[in-house]
Design a protein around this ligand. Structure first.
Ligand SMILES: CC(C)(COP(=O)(O)OP(=O)(O)OC[C@H]1O[C@@H](n2cnc3c(N)ncnc32)[C@H](O)[C@@H]1OP(=O)(O)O)[C@@H](O)C(=O)NCCC(=O)NCCS
Length: 219
């Protein structure tokens, strides 16, 4: 069945707000997320402000004219936010990597496909289209292991996990992100490289590796 994906930039996305709310409800109010109507309302209210963010875009997938999935994205601002789960990201990656990898890059905020339309490649197509709109700074997203599907899904789509296994909040970089594209290194690899430098000249003047901290949080 043909899938059509349309893009809505900025406030024009609000014309699809009802469809996006229905899709959000269908995707997140059942297991494993089990969100409730208050979370749907919060999504809609966030959307009303998010459409004004630089680089905001919503991709809406339709099958036979019916909305079956959507994704939203925008450019991550500086300074890096600390509300929602962003503080967890900083705690896990450290401010140095957050600045280098995430600030100024495109961020996928929500991705949802209605249960009846899942496992047909719609999620990957939305992801690919949004990623193709990203700046040269690449695209990233954060997700949660509360759903057993998320990490295998993004890995299958070729995204690269840059947070350690075993934490609930997981950060992925798109395959086109400069650090992945250039054979990017994991924070741990870069950190040990820095430790080696510091071993050679332990003056204390060298930049320390990224601050790490395990944070457990739900989506
Ligand atoms: C995650 C989600 C967007 C995936 O969309 P989709 O269109 O169903 O994606 P596809 O199945 O085509 O994804 C490709 C791969 O992801 C993996 N995958 C997707 N759903 C899976 C599931 N339920 N169980 C195991 N693997 C799964 C598979 O490897 C799949 O490839 P395959 O079908 O060839 O085996 C969709 O399941 C969804 O909306 N879930 C609820 C909301 C959500 O979790 N959003 C993302 C987190 S914010």
């Amino acid at each position: 069945m043909p899938i059509e994906i349309s893009l809505r930039h900025g406030p024009s996305a609000l014309r699809a707000a009802g469809a996006l709310a229905d899709l959000y409800r269908a995707a997140f109010c059942g297991p494993p997320w089990n969100e409730d109507e208050s979370r749907v309302a919060r999504f809609v209210s966030r959307l009303e402000g998010d459409v004004d963010r630089p680089g905001f875009v919503a991709a809406v997938a339709r099958m036979d004219g019916r909305p079956v999935g959507f994704g939203t994205a925008w450019r991550t601002p500086a300074p890096f936010p600390q509300d929602r789960r962003y503080g967890d990201v900083t705690a896990q990656l450290g401010g140095e990597w957050v600045s280098e990898w995430l600030v100024g890059a495109q961020e996928i905020d929500e991705l949802a496909v209605s249960p009846a339309a899942q496992r047909r490649g719609i999620g990957p197509r939305i992801l690919e289209i949004l990623t193709g709109l990203g700046t040269p700074a690449g695209t990233w997203l954060l997700t949660s292991t509360k759903s057993p599907v998320t990490v295998p899904f993004y890995r299958k789509c070729g995204w690269r996990q840059v947070t350690e296994d075993g934490t609930e909040i997981v950060v992925f970089l798109s395959p086109q992100h400069p650090y992945c594209f250039a054979g990017g290194r994991w924070p741990g690899q870069r950190r040990s490289e820095k430790e080696e430098i510091s071993d050679v000249a332990p003056t204390g003047d060298h930049t320390q590796g990224p601050d790490r901290g395990g944070v457990q949080a739900s989506r």
